[in-house]
Design a binder for this molecule. Structure first.
Ligand SMILES: Cc1cc2nc3c(=O)[nH]c(=O)nc-3n(C[C@H](O)[C@H](O)[C@H](O)COP(=O)(O)O)c2cc1C
Length: 212
């Protein structure tokens, strides 16, 4: 379907040309991100844009150091090697000219407060929070960003892997807003000429059930 071309042209890009992404492109993608739905329209996101090469490099070093430390917690050398195979997927943002850090504030759920004050069983609260609505809103916003960027010819990678270094990344970046913490990162830039194809999808019949 032609109208959906903008969806199908997006794929994760992990290698970028050196070329900078113009500020107006980033702003257009961020605006698109903020037009995503969010639970009770709380818009619980904040985007921190990093274009400083040195800082991006430093963030990469932080992620690599922590990833290696975590890998060494594995019991066997084989497991450590296996763990280390993911490193390149956690640090590929370092080749991007622009990295967007996506901060989020927890979703404030009045119903949760009401039921907590009524001292209901913990399992009821657990069920209420299970959809992780705050995180779902962030996902919607990030996807809008990715689609907007792809439609303008830019490449992106949605990344949560590096958030194992959340505390150190937050310290290095120095951004702070009450109750907000790092949830995800977006690497953004001009894709290199040859990029791997989009991985195939499960066929619809495996992931869809129509109930008449
Ligand atoms: C929540 C989320 C987190 C992700 N984290 C990473 C990541 O840390 N590093 C990475 O290289 N890709 C990451 N990805 C990208 C996926 O690997 C990618 O979307 C998937 O393999 C499908 O490929 P495509 O995006 O090219 O269609 C993430 C995607 C999502 C939705």
């Amino acid at each position: 379907m032609e109208q959906l071309e903008f969806i199908y042209k997006r794929k994760s890009i992990r290698q970028f040309k050196k070329e900078a992404v113009p500020r107006e492109v980033i702003e257009a993608c961020l605006k698109a991100a903020t037009f995503a739905p969010s639970p009770k329209h709380q818009q619980n996101w904040h985007f921190v844009v990093i274009e400083n090469k040195e800082m991006i490099h430093k963030l990469g070093e932080i992620v690599e150091r922590n990833h290696t430390r975590l890998a060494h917690l594995a019991r066997t050398e084989e497991e450590q090697r296996q763990y280390m195979r993911f490193l390149k997927y956690y640090t590929c943002f370092t080749g991007a000219p622009t990295v967007i850090l996506v901060y989020a504030k927890p979703y404030e759920m009045v119903e949760e407060e009401i039921l907590r004050e009524s001292q209901v069983d913990a399992s009821i609260i657990e069920e209420l929070l299970a959809p992780q609505s705050g995180a779902q809103g962030i996902g919607a916003a990030v996807e809008n960003f990715l689609l907007a960027a792809a439609n303008m010819g830019y490449g992106t990678c949605y990344m949560t892997g590096p958030t194992h270094s959340k505390r150190e990344i937050e310290e290095c970046v120095g951004f702070s807003k009450e109750n907000y913490g790092l949830m995800a990162m977006i690497a953004c830039g001009v894709p290199v000429d040859q990029t791997p194809p989009q991985p195939p999808r499960k066929p619809l019949e495996k992931v869809v059930t129509f109930i008449d």
